[in-house]
Ligand binder design. Structure first.
Ligand SMILES: Cc1cc2nc3c(=O)[nH]c(=O)nc-3n(C[C@H](O)[C@H](O)[C@H](O)COP(=O)(O)O)c2cc1C
Length: 349
């Protein structure tokens, strides 16, 4: 099944493998570099590539050496990347990731903003190393709307840069999931409290992107029940049930296996369009396998995303097709290093 084609929005994917979004922290001045184009182009046989997290505005930058998509020079730099992927026959969505309270003034010169002034009990990256997450500034009501609109503006920039679409990062404890949560979000206005309040930011951010570039070019990533970066989500599974009902029609939801299979299957059944499943969850102990992918396709998922397997195996599709062994990845080269980025060879080499 993994190697059969699939129609996603306006795109025909030649196979069901999605390269999962992975931050690689190699940007310079907020823009991707020449190697970034090579890196993604090497992986263009994936049915779909979702880029590393890309901040939709300056205050949304979560860590050092991460790229953004909110000005003309970034659009120009991303154009080189999307051209390289398309030249190799691929398809690529940008992951729009707003860090919210996961960020630091030393990273982008802005104090992090969040639903409430509550620090995550976790560490964040700065160029000088890891430090405790600072207490963020709570967004005013008007500012919440501006931050939701930032996803629409960034989506427009992304299409201008040649992306086939965008995925909003609603997972892993960043801004959108902070609104969904019952600990990071202590708001007493219409964006907090009840389930309908907590899901509102996610829905408005998606609507802003859909209005900007069209429903068939928008997806969202979710980690139901996921607890990384100090997230607690009360009222599960109702929270995600209501969220799926409130989201507009769009290309896909991309769900991490951060909860039990029963709930994942429930979400699959409740969602009318494409369902991408990431078996490995939030960097779980084992990377997603081919067998897990086939099992989830049999369970009703449409597409399977692979993270770590894609780092070391740019030709993952061909390796699956030919039953070739996979190369493991070296954690020390996940971020920043010159090594471990474009130097993983294809099997033929
Ligand atoms: C180096 C690295 C960076 C990651 N960065 C992101 C990111 O920017 N956005 C995101 O949604 N997930 C990110 N993830 C999570 C992956 O997309 C994926 O969910 C996780 O690695 C589990 O899948 P796997 O077992 O196939 O690797 C990252 C994972 C790794 C290993």
């Amino acid at each position: 099944m993994l190697l059969t084609s699939y129609r996603l929005g306006n795109l025909t994917l030649p196979n069901r493998l999605v390269m999962a979004p992975m931050t690689r922290a190699r940007a310079v001045d907020g823009s991707p570099v020449a190697e970034t184009a090579t890196y993604y182009a090497q992986r263009a046989t994936a049915g779909l590539i979702v880029t590393e997290g890309v901040h939709p505005n300056a205050v949304g930058q979560a860590g050092p050496f991460m790229p953004g998509i909110h000005n003309a020079s970034q659009v120009e730099a991303w154009r080189v990347v999307t051209d390289a992927v398309h030249a190799n026959g691929g398809r690529i969505f940008a992951q729009l990731m707003h860090g919210g309270r996961i960020g630091h003034p030393d990273v982008a010169g802005h104090h992090p903003v969040a639903p409430s002034a509550i620090a995550a009990r976790t560490e964040v990256f700065t160029a000088a190393g890891v430090v405790p997450a600072p207490v963020p500034r709570a967004l005013s009501l008007n500012e919440v709307r501006d931050q939701a609109q930032a996803f629409g503006d960034a989506a427009r920039y992304a299409v201008e840069a040649g992306f086939d679409g965008v995925e909003l990062h609603g997972a892993n404890g960043y801004l959108i999931q902070q609104f969904l949560s019952s600990n990071a979000n202590q708001r007493t206005d219409g964006y907090g409290g009840s389930i309908s309040g907590r899901i509102r930011f996610a829905v408005e951010a998606v609507e802003a992107a859909v209005d900007a570039i069209g429903a068939e070019r928008v997806g969202i990533r979710l980690s139901p029940g996921g607890e990384v970066q100090d997230i607690v989500e009360g009222e599960m599974p109702e929270l995600y049930g209501e969220l799926l009902k409130a989201l507009p029609d769009m290309a896909y939801i991309h769900v991490l296996a951060t909860t039990d299979d029963e709930m994942l299957m429930g979400l699959r059944k409740a969602w009318p369009s494409a369902f991408i499943l990431n078996p490995g969850g939030q960097i779980g102990p084992h990377e997603s396998t081919r067998e897990q992918g086939e099992r989830w396709l049999a369970n009703g998922a449409d597409l399977i995303s692979y993270g770590r397997a894609y780092l070391g195996n740019p030709d993952l599709v061909e390796r699956f097709r030919l039953g070739l062994p996979l190369v493991g990845t070296d954690r020390d080269t996940w971020f920043q290093t010159p090594r471990g980025y474009v130097d993983y060879p294809t099997y033929q080499h």
